[in-house]
Write a protein that binds this ligand. Sequence first.
Ligand code: GLU
Length: 444
Amino acid sequence: MTPRVRFAPSPTGRLHLGNARIAVVNWLFARCHGGRFFLRFDDTDRERCRPGYLAAVCEDLDWLGLDRDGEYRQSERGAVYEAAFARLRARDRVYPCYETPEELAALREAARRAGRPFRYRRGTGPPEAERRAREGATAPHWRFALGEGRIRWQDLVFGAREQSLAELGDPVVRRADGGWTYLFASVADDLDLGTSHVIRGEDHLANTGVQIALFEALGAVPPAFAHLPLLLGPDGRPLAKRGAAPPLAALREEGVEPRAVVAVLARLGTGRPADPGDDRTTLCRDFDLAAYGRSPARLDPREIRRLSVRMLRSMSFAEAAPRLRALGLGGIDERFWRAVRPNLERFEEVADWWRICREPLSPVREDPGFLEQAAALLPERIEDADRAAAWIAAVARASGRRGRDLYRPLRLALTGQEHGPELKCLLPLLGAARARARLEGQRA
Ligand code: GLU
C-alpha cells in the first residue's frame, strides 16, 4: 500500500519550527516510502484563519523544499463533511443539542460543585433547552454519541495506548452555525483522502481515541497514528509557546540555509545528530519513524544557524552554481567559489566578494610606505595560490613583518575589509594588475 500522509496546519499564523517539524517528518515519511504528501489547511474556524497565512505557509514549505502531491482547504470541503455526517445520522450516532453556552457553563459548574467530572451525554441538556427545540427557536449543534467501551491502538511512537470512552463526554461535531469542528472534519477528510498514517504533535494524543471511535462509527478502518513529542526550547519551555519559536520566515531572512532547517528538524529526537552533508537523499535513507523517542526533544535554534554555516562552507560548486546564476553571479567559477566559501555566513555574501574582486574600490591605506614596498615585489601575474603565497613570503622577508602587522594592511588595501578569505586564495581572483593598483592607492 502506498502511504498517504498529510500536514494539516491551521492557518492562524506563520509556520514556526514546531509545526515545520511535523511537516518535515510527514514529508520524509512519504518520500522515503514512495508515498504521497498532502497539505491540508484546517481553516474551519473562520474567525481565526487569515487568508494571507495560506500563501505564507505554502511559501515557507516551498522554501524548505517540501514538495506536495495535493493541497486542500477544509473550508471548501463541506460536501465531504455533509456526507459523513449523514452516515452518522443514519446510524443514529449523532444527536442535536439545544442548550446555550450559558446553560452549558451552568451544567459544568453544577458538576464541579458536586465533585463529579462533567460528561455530556444524550439527555444531559436541561428541560428548558428541550422546550426551545420543540418551538424550533434555536438551531441545534450536534454531538457524536461516543458509546462506552475502550479504544486501543498502537501509536507508532508512543506504543500501546488505550482510551476508555465512558470517561469522556460526547464531542460536538457540528456547530449551531452549521460549521464543523476540527475533530470531525479531520476524520472525514482522512477517510476521504485515504490517509494511511496520521503523523502529528503529541498535543493530539488525547484526541486519538475519539477520532478512532469516529472512524469506526463511519464503518472505516482507522489510519495508523504516530505522535511526535513536544518540542522544548533551550530554556526547557515548550517551543510552541508564543515567541519561543522563531517563525521560519525570520530564519529565512537571516539567510539560514533551508537544508539546515530540514536536517535539524528531521533528526531531532532520533539521537542522530544532523550533518552538513544531510540532504533529501541521506535523510530519506536514514528515516525510520521508530527512531523517534517519546521524551520531549530540545531544540536550540542556534544549532540550526551553526549547521547552516557548516553547510555553506562545505557546499559543492555543483550545488552552488544554480543559485549563483539566480543571483546574477553566473560568472563565478569553481575556483572563486572555493576561495570565498570558507568565509560565508550566508550565501548572498558571495556577491560582496564578487564585487570586491570585480568592481573598482577605494583601498584603505594604513601604511603607504609598506604597501609600496609590497607592490614593488608583485610579480607580473598571479596564476594561483602558490604564486600568491610566494609573494606574501617575499613581502614578509623584505619588511620583516609577520602575522597581523603583515596581513592587515595588505588586506585593507586589497579588499577594503578587515576580514575575509585567505589572501593567497583571493589574490589570483583579483589579478596582479588590480592588486598593484590598490596597493599603490588607486581606485581600481
Ligand atoms: N490542525 C491540527 C493542528 O494544527 C491538525 C492536527 C492533525 O494533524 O490531525 O494541530
